[in-house]
Design a protein around this ligand. Structure first.
Ligand code: HEM
Length: 378
Protein backbone atom coordinates (compact mmCIF):
# COMPACT_ATOMS: atom_id res chain seq x y z
CA UNK A 1 0.00 0.00 0.00
CA UNK A 2 1.49 3.34 -1.00
CA UNK A 3 0.75 6.26 1.29
CA UNK A 4 0.25 9.62 -0.29
CA UNK A 5 0.41 11.80 2.85
CA UNK A 6 3.84 13.28 3.43
CA UNK A 7 5.47 13.24 6.82
CA UNK A 8 6.69 16.72 7.84
CA UNK A 9 9.86 15.19 9.33
CA UNK A 10 10.35 12.54 6.61
CA UNK A 11 11.26 10.26 9.48
CA UNK A 12 11.50 7.07 7.37
CA UNK A 13 14.13 8.55 5.06
CA UNK A 14 17.82 7.68 5.36
CA UNK A 15 18.55 11.40 5.81
CA UNK A 16 16.62 11.34 9.09
CA UNK A 17 19.10 8.92 10.69
CA UNK A 18 21.43 10.67 13.10
CA UNK A 19 20.09 14.04 11.95
CA UNK A 20 20.33 15.94 15.21
CA UNK A 21 18.91 19.16 13.81
CA UNK A 22 15.80 17.22 12.80
CA UNK A 23 15.55 15.50 16.20
CA UNK A 24 15.82 18.87 17.94
CA UNK A 25 12.89 20.13 15.83
CA UNK A 26 10.88 16.99 16.62
CA UNK A 27 11.57 17.30 20.37
CA UNK A 28 10.31 20.90 20.23
CA UNK A 29 7.41 20.66 17.80
CA UNK A 30 6.04 17.10 18.01
CA UNK A 31 7.94 14.96 20.55
CA UNK A 32 5.45 12.08 20.26
CA UNK A 33 5.20 11.93 16.52
CA UNK A 34 2.83 9.74 14.51
CA UNK A 35 3.83 8.78 10.97
CA UNK A 36 2.53 6.23 8.49
CA UNK A 37 4.83 3.43 7.41
CA UNK A 38 5.27 4.03 3.66
CA UNK A 39 5.33 0.26 2.99
CA UNK A 40 2.27 -0.82 4.97
CA UNK A 41 0.35 2.35 5.80
CA UNK A 42 0.36 1.34 9.50
CA UNK A 43 0.68 3.99 12.22
CA UNK A 44 4.16 4.20 13.77
CA UNK A 45 5.07 6.52 16.66
CA UNK A 46 8.50 8.06 17.28
CA UNK A 47 9.43 9.38 20.73
CA UNK A 48 12.26 11.90 20.86
CA UNK A 49 12.16 13.29 24.43
CA UNK A 50 14.14 11.53 27.15
CA UNK A 51 11.32 11.42 29.72
CA UNK A 52 8.77 10.05 27.24
CA UNK A 53 11.23 7.35 26.16
CA UNK A 54 11.80 6.33 29.79
CA UNK A 55 8.05 6.19 30.51
CA UNK A 56 7.40 4.17 27.36
CA UNK A 57 10.24 1.66 27.85
CA UNK A 58 8.94 0.83 31.35
CA UNK A 59 5.26 0.64 30.33
CA UNK A 60 3.92 -2.91 30.23
CA UNK A 61 1.04 -1.89 27.98
CA UNK A 62 3.57 -2.13 25.13
CA UNK A 63 5.26 -5.34 24.02
CA UNK A 64 7.43 -6.94 21.34
CA UNK A 65 4.86 -9.50 20.16
CA UNK A 66 2.37 -7.84 17.81
CA UNK A 67 -1.15 -8.88 18.72
CA UNK A 68 -2.69 -8.00 15.38
CA UNK A 69 -2.78 -10.34 12.39
CA UNK A 70 -1.37 -7.52 10.27
CA UNK A 71 2.26 -8.42 11.10
CA UNK A 72 3.46 -10.85 8.43
CA UNK A 73 4.91 -14.12 9.68
CA UNK A 74 8.40 -15.04 8.50
CA UNK A 75 8.38 -17.02 5.27
CA UNK A 76 10.74 -19.72 6.51
CA UNK A 77 9.96 -22.05 9.44
CA UNK A 78 13.62 -22.19 10.50
CA UNK A 79 13.79 -18.41 10.49
CA UNK A 80 10.63 -18.21 12.61
CA UNK A 81 12.14 -20.63 15.15
CA UNK A 82 15.44 -18.78 15.36
CA UNK A 83 13.65 -15.46 15.75
CA UNK A 84 11.75 -16.68 18.83
CA UNK A 85 14.36 -15.12 21.09
CA UNK A 86 13.87 -12.90 24.11
CA UNK A 87 14.11 -9.61 22.24
CA UNK A 88 10.98 -10.72 20.37
CA UNK A 89 9.11 -11.97 23.44
CA UNK A 90 7.06 -10.51 26.29
CA UNK A 91 6.55 -11.67 29.87
CA UNK A 92 6.39 -14.45 31.04
CA UNK A 93 8.32 -16.16 28.16
CA UNK A 94 10.87 -13.34 28.16
CA UNK A 95 11.38 -13.53 31.94
CA UNK A 96 12.03 -17.27 31.78
CA UNK A 97 14.71 -16.99 29.06
CA UNK A 98 16.37 -13.92 30.56
CA UNK A 99 16.58 -15.53 34.01
CA UNK A 100 18.31 -18.58 32.51
CA UNK A 101 20.80 -16.58 30.45
CA UNK A 102 21.53 -14.24 33.39
CA UNK A 103 22.79 -17.26 35.36
CA UNK A 104 25.76 -17.60 32.99
CA UNK A 105 26.11 -14.27 31.12
CA UNK A 106 27.40 -12.60 34.27
CA UNK A 107 29.52 -9.47 34.88
CA UNK A 108 32.18 -11.80 36.36
CA UNK A 109 32.37 -13.88 33.16
CA UNK A 110 32.71 -10.66 31.16
CA UNK A 111 35.47 -9.36 33.49
CA UNK A 112 37.40 -12.62 33.04
CA UNK A 113 37.51 -11.96 29.29
CA UNK A 114 39.60 -8.80 29.64
CA UNK A 115 43.05 -10.25 28.97
CA UNK A 116 41.83 -12.37 26.02
CA UNK A 117 40.04 -9.40 24.41
CA UNK A 118 43.13 -7.27 24.97
CA UNK A 119 45.22 -9.89 23.16
CA UNK A 120 42.71 -10.01 20.26
CA UNK A 121 42.82 -6.20 19.83
CA UNK A 122 46.63 -6.25 19.84
CA UNK A 123 46.80 -9.13 17.34
CA UNK A 124 44.50 -7.24 14.95
CA UNK A 125 46.61 -4.09 15.19
CA UNK A 126 49.83 -6.07 14.66
CA UNK A 127 48.36 -7.43 11.42
CA UNK A 128 47.40 -3.90 10.36
CA UNK A 129 50.95 -2.78 11.27
CA UNK A 130 52.34 -5.35 8.86
CA UNK A 131 50.03 -4.14 6.09
CA UNK A 132 51.06 -0.54 6.70
CA UNK A 133 54.75 -1.52 6.64
CA UNK A 134 54.20 -3.18 3.28
CA UNK A 135 52.84 0.12 2.04
CA UNK A 136 49.27 -1.05 1.68
CA UNK A 137 46.40 1.22 2.49
CA UNK A 138 44.24 -0.11 5.27
CA UNK A 139 40.68 0.41 6.34
CA UNK A 140 40.58 0.68 10.11
CA UNK A 141 36.80 0.30 10.30
CA UNK A 142 36.73 -2.88 8.19
CA UNK A 143 39.86 -4.51 9.65
CA UNK A 144 39.46 -3.52 13.27
CA UNK A 145 36.11 -1.95 14.23
CA UNK A 146 34.10 -4.70 12.51
CA UNK A 147 36.34 -7.67 13.26
CA UNK A 148 36.90 -7.15 16.97
CA UNK A 149 33.22 -7.43 18.07
CA UNK A 150 32.61 -10.70 16.25
CA UNK A 151 35.84 -12.25 17.55
CA UNK A 152 34.89 -11.08 21.05
CA UNK A 153 31.52 -12.86 21.04
CA UNK A 154 33.13 -15.98 19.55
CA UNK A 155 35.73 -15.89 22.33
CA UNK A 156 33.05 -15.57 25.01
CA UNK A 157 31.03 -18.45 23.56
CA UNK A 158 34.17 -20.56 23.18
CA UNK A 159 34.07 -20.88 19.37
CA UNK A 160 37.41 -21.15 17.52
CA UNK A 161 38.71 -17.89 16.01
CA UNK A 162 39.68 -19.86 12.88
CA UNK A 163 35.95 -20.04 12.05
CA UNK A 164 35.72 -16.24 11.92
CA UNK A 165 35.23 -16.03 8.09
CA UNK A 166 32.19 -18.36 8.30
CA UNK A 167 30.68 -16.41 11.20
CA UNK A 168 31.24 -13.14 9.41
CA UNK A 169 29.38 -14.45 6.35
CA UNK A 170 26.51 -15.97 8.38
CA UNK A 171 26.06 -12.97 10.66
CA UNK A 172 26.21 -10.40 7.88
CA UNK A 173 23.74 -12.40 5.80
CA UNK A 174 21.27 -12.88 8.64
CA UNK A 175 21.51 -9.18 9.56
CA UNK A 176 20.87 -8.36 5.88
CA UNK A 177 24.23 -6.56 5.61
CA UNK A 178 25.42 -8.83 2.80
CA UNK A 179 23.92 -11.12 0.17
CA UNK A 180 26.83 -13.55 -0.23
CA UNK A 181 24.46 -16.45 0.51
CA UNK A 182 20.70 -16.64 1.01
CA UNK A 183 19.36 -16.08 4.51
CA UNK A 184 17.98 -19.65 4.59
CA UNK A 185 21.38 -21.13 3.71
CA UNK A 186 23.12 -18.98 6.31
CA UNK A 187 20.64 -20.03 9.04
CA UNK A 188 20.91 -23.71 8.07
CA UNK A 189 24.72 -23.66 8.05
CA UNK A 190 24.91 -21.73 11.33
CA UNK A 191 22.42 -24.09 13.02
CA UNK A 192 24.29 -27.15 11.76
CA UNK A 193 27.60 -25.75 13.05
CA UNK A 194 26.14 -24.82 16.46
CA UNK A 195 24.43 -28.21 16.81
CA UNK A 196 27.82 -29.90 16.40
CA UNK A 197 29.37 -27.59 19.02
CA UNK A 198 26.49 -28.27 21.42
CA UNK A 199 26.68 -32.06 20.91
CA UNK A 200 30.41 -32.03 21.56
CA UNK A 201 29.91 -30.17 24.86
CA UNK A 202 27.01 -32.38 25.93
CA UNK A 203 28.93 -35.61 25.42
CA UNK A 204 32.36 -34.52 26.71
CA UNK A 205 33.00 -35.06 30.41
CA UNK A 206 35.41 -32.11 30.39
CA UNK A 207 33.46 -29.57 28.37
CA UNK A 208 35.26 -26.18 28.26
CA UNK A 209 34.11 -23.54 30.76
CA UNK A 210 32.75 -21.16 28.13
CA UNK A 211 29.44 -19.36 27.67
CA UNK A 212 28.05 -21.99 25.28
CA UNK A 213 28.63 -24.75 27.84
CA UNK A 214 27.11 -22.44 30.47
CA UNK A 215 23.98 -21.90 28.37
CA UNK A 216 23.60 -25.64 27.68
CA UNK A 217 23.66 -26.53 31.36
CA UNK A 218 22.06 -23.37 32.85
CA UNK A 219 19.23 -24.53 35.05
CA UNK A 220 16.66 -22.83 37.26
CA UNK A 221 14.01 -24.81 39.17
CA UNK A 222 14.59 -27.84 36.94
CA UNK A 223 14.11 -25.76 33.80
CA UNK A 224 16.68 -25.59 30.96
CA UNK A 225 16.89 -24.08 27.49
CA UNK A 226 15.61 -26.43 24.79
CA UNK A 227 17.80 -27.10 21.75
CA UNK A 228 15.76 -24.63 19.70
CA UNK A 229 15.99 -21.98 22.43
CA UNK A 230 19.74 -22.48 22.66
CA UNK A 231 20.14 -21.92 18.93
CA UNK A 232 18.01 -18.81 18.91
CA UNK A 233 19.80 -17.45 22.03
CA UNK A 234 23.21 -17.80 20.36
CA UNK A 235 21.78 -16.31 17.19
CA UNK A 236 20.52 -13.33 19.24
CA UNK A 237 23.94 -12.80 20.82
CA UNK A 238 25.50 -12.50 17.37
CA UNK A 239 22.66 -10.40 15.98
CA UNK A 240 22.55 -8.01 18.95
CA UNK A 241 26.25 -7.85 19.68
CA UNK A 242 27.94 -7.53 16.30
CA UNK A 243 26.71 -4.51 14.37
CA UNK A 244 25.99 -2.49 17.52
CA UNK A 245 29.55 -2.78 18.83
CA UNK A 246 31.04 -2.28 15.35
CA UNK A 247 28.98 0.94 15.10
CA UNK A 248 30.12 1.90 18.56
CA UNK A 249 33.83 1.46 17.85
CA UNK A 250 33.74 3.04 14.39
CA UNK A 251 31.59 6.02 15.33
CA UNK A 252 33.73 6.54 18.43
CA UNK A 253 36.88 6.72 16.32
CA UNK A 254 35.24 9.36 14.15
CA UNK A 255 33.97 11.32 17.14
CA UNK A 256 37.45 11.37 18.68
CA UNK A 257 38.99 12.52 15.40
CA UNK A 258 36.42 15.30 15.19
CA UNK A 259 37.13 16.38 18.79
CA UNK A 260 40.92 16.41 19.00
CA UNK A 261 41.07 18.17 22.38
CA UNK A 262 38.98 15.36 23.92
CA UNK A 263 41.03 12.72 22.13
CA UNK A 264 44.27 14.20 23.53
CA UNK A 265 42.74 14.39 27.00
CA UNK A 266 41.83 10.71 26.79
CA UNK A 267 45.15 9.65 25.23
CA UNK A 268 47.08 11.47 28.00
CA UNK A 269 45.03 9.75 30.73
CA UNK A 270 44.73 6.18 29.53
CA UNK A 271 45.83 4.94 32.96
CA UNK A 272 42.96 6.74 34.69
CA UNK A 273 40.14 4.16 34.87
CA UNK A 274 37.57 6.74 36.00
CA UNK A 275 38.17 9.01 33.01
CA UNK A 276 38.37 6.07 30.58
CA UNK A 277 35.05 4.72 31.86
CA UNK A 278 33.37 8.12 31.65
CA UNK A 279 34.72 8.53 28.09
CA UNK A 280 33.08 5.22 27.14
CA UNK A 281 29.76 6.41 28.60
CA UNK A 282 29.99 9.73 26.78
CA UNK A 283 30.74 7.96 23.49
CA UNK A 284 27.68 5.77 24.08
CA UNK A 285 25.52 8.82 24.77
CA UNK A 286 26.88 10.95 21.96
CA UNK A 287 26.75 8.27 19.25
CA UNK A 288 23.91 6.00 20.51
CA UNK A 289 24.99 2.98 18.41
CA UNK A 290 21.44 1.49 18.44
CA UNK A 291 19.78 4.57 17.16
CA UNK A 292 16.27 3.55 18.13
CA UNK A 293 14.62 0.59 19.84
CA UNK A 294 13.00 -2.09 17.71
CA UNK A 295 9.24 -1.64 17.48
CA UNK A 296 6.96 -2.32 20.44
CA UNK A 297 3.21 -2.61 19.94
CA UNK A 298 0.46 -1.08 22.07
CA UNK A 299 -1.71 -3.85 23.58
CA UNK A 300 -4.49 -1.37 24.34
CA UNK A 301 -5.29 2.29 23.68
CA UNK A 302 -2.71 4.33 25.58
CA UNK A 303 -2.53 8.07 26.21
CA UNK A 304 1.11 9.17 26.27
CA UNK A 305 2.05 12.83 26.71
CA UNK A 306 -1.47 13.81 25.66
CA UNK A 307 -1.35 11.74 22.45
CA UNK A 308 -3.74 8.87 21.83
CA UNK A 309 -1.81 5.77 20.76
CA UNK A 310 -4.21 3.17 19.40
CA UNK A 311 -4.12 -0.53 20.24
CA UNK A 312 -1.93 -2.20 17.56
CA UNK A 313 0.13 0.90 16.70
CA UNK A 314 3.89 0.43 16.92
CA UNK A 315 6.25 2.71 18.83
CA UNK A 316 10.01 3.42 18.74
CA UNK A 317 12.08 5.24 21.34
CA UNK A 318 14.58 7.27 19.29
CA UNK A 319 17.59 6.82 21.59
CA UNK A 320 19.73 9.10 19.44
CA UNK A 321 17.32 11.94 20.12
CA UNK A 322 16.67 11.16 23.81
CA UNK A 323 20.41 11.09 24.52
CA UNK A 324 20.74 14.67 23.29
CA UNK A 325 17.68 16.05 25.09
CA UNK A 326 18.67 19.45 26.58
CA UNK A 327 16.12 18.92 29.37
CA UNK A 328 18.42 16.21 30.74
CA UNK A 329 21.93 16.85 29.37
CA UNK A 330 23.67 20.24 29.61
CA UNK A 331 24.96 21.32 26.19
CA UNK A 332 23.92 17.96 24.71
CA UNK A 333 25.71 18.47 21.39
CA UNK A 334 29.04 19.01 23.13
CA UNK A 335 31.18 15.89 23.39
CA UNK A 336 32.85 15.94 26.82
CA UNK A 337 34.55 12.77 28.05
CA UNK A 338 34.33 13.78 31.70
CA UNK A 339 30.58 14.50 31.57
CA UNK A 340 28.81 13.80 34.89
CA UNK A 341 26.05 12.80 35.44
CA UNK A 342 25.47 10.81 32.27
CA UNK A 343 22.37 8.63 32.56
CA UNK A 344 22.11 7.91 28.85
CA UNK A 345 19.67 5.43 27.34
CA UNK A 346 22.01 3.79 24.81
CA UNK A 347 21.24 0.34 26.24
CA UNK A 348 17.49 0.99 26.61
CA UNK A 349 15.58 0.42 29.87
CA UNK A 350 12.96 -1.91 31.32
CA UNK A 351 12.73 -5.63 30.68
CA UNK A 352 14.66 -5.52 27.39
CA UNK A 353 17.60 -3.61 28.89
CA UNK A 354 20.67 -4.79 26.96
CA UNK A 355 21.98 -8.10 28.27
CA UNK A 356 25.35 -7.43 26.66
CA UNK A 357 25.93 -3.96 28.19
CA UNK A 358 28.94 -5.06 30.35
CA UNK A 359 30.51 -6.81 27.35
CA UNK A 360 29.86 -3.83 25.05
CA UNK A 361 31.47 -1.45 27.56
CA UNK A 362 34.52 -3.70 27.95
CA UNK A 363 34.88 -4.15 24.19
CA UNK A 364 34.59 -0.39 23.58
CA UNK A 365 37.13 0.41 26.28
CA UNK A 366 39.68 -2.14 25.05
CA UNK A 367 39.22 -1.36 21.35
CA UNK A 368 39.68 2.38 21.84
CA UNK A 369 42.41 2.46 24.48
CA UNK A 370 44.48 -0.11 22.54
CA UNK A 371 44.07 1.92 19.39
CA UNK A 372 45.09 5.17 21.10
CA UNK A 373 48.21 3.50 22.53
CA UNK A 374 49.05 1.96 19.17
CA UNK A 375 48.65 5.14 17.20
CA UNK A 376 49.31 8.05 19.57
CA UNK A 377 49.35 10.62 16.76
CA UNK A 378 46.20 9.89 14.82
C1 HEM B 1 27.39 -0.66 22.13
C2 HEM B 1 26.85 -1.83 21.88
C3 HEM B 1 25.40 -2.17 22.17
C4 HEM B 1 24.32 -1.34 22.21
C5 HEM B 1 24.27 0.14 21.98
C6 HEM B 1 23.17 -2.19 22.51
C7 HEM B 1 21.87 -1.70 22.65
C8 HEM B 1 20.78 -2.49 22.93
C9 HEM B 1 19.42 -1.99 23.00
C10 HEM B 1 19.01 -0.54 22.78
C11 HEM B 1 18.63 -3.06 23.31
C12 HEM B 1 17.11 -3.02 23.46
C13 HEM B 1 16.49 -3.10 22.09
C14 HEM B 1 14.99 -2.97 22.08
O1 HEM B 1 14.35 -2.91 23.14
O2 HEM B 1 14.43 -2.92 20.99
C15 HEM B 1 19.48 -4.22 23.44
C16 HEM B 1 19.04 -5.49 23.74
C17 HEM B 1 19.86 -6.60 23.77
N1 HEM B 1 21.22 -6.64 23.60
FE1 HEM B 1 22.42 -5.05 23.25
N2 HEM B 1 23.59 -3.48 22.66
C18 HEM B 1 24.95 -3.52 22.46
C19 HEM B 1 25.76 -4.65 22.54
C20 HEM B 1 25.34 -5.92 22.86
C21 HEM B 1 26.20 -7.07 23.00
C22 HEM B 1 27.72 -7.07 22.85
C23 HEM B 1 25.39 -8.14 23.26
C24 HEM B 1 25.75 -9.57 23.50
C25 HEM B 1 26.71 -10.22 22.93
C26 HEM B 1 24.03 -7.64 23.32
C27 HEM B 1 22.93 -8.42 23.58
C28 HEM B 1 21.64 -7.92 23.71
C29 HEM B 1 20.51 -8.78 23.99
C30 HEM B 1 20.55 -10.30 24.18
C31 HEM B 1 19.39 -7.95 24.03
C32 HEM B 1 17.94 -8.37 24.31
C33 HEM B 1 17.65 -8.23 25.78
C34 HEM B 1 16.22 -8.57 26.10
O3 HEM B 1 15.38 -8.68 25.21
O4 HEM B 1 15.95 -8.72 27.31
N3 HEM B 1 24.04 -6.30 23.07
N4 HEM B 1 20.80 -3.85 23.21
Amino acid sequence: MVVSQTDPFDIFSLEARGNHALYARMRREDPIHRALDPRTGAAVWFLTRYDDCVTFMKDKRFGKVPRSAAEPASAHAMQTAINRHMLNLDEPDHTRLKSLVHLVFTPGRVRDLRSRLQAIAEELLTTIDREVAEGDEFDLAAHYGEVFPLLSIMEMLGLPAADYPKFRRWTKTVLLLSEETSTETAILELSHYLNQQIDARRTHANAPDDLLTGLIFAEAAGDRLSREELLSMVFLLFAAGYETVANFINSSMLTLLNNLDQMRLLRDNLDDPVLVSSAVEELLRYNSPSYMTLPSWAFEDVVLGGKQIRCGDSVHAVLHAANRDPAVFDHPNVFAISRQPNKHLAFSLGIHYCLGAPLARLEGEIALTTLLRWLPDW
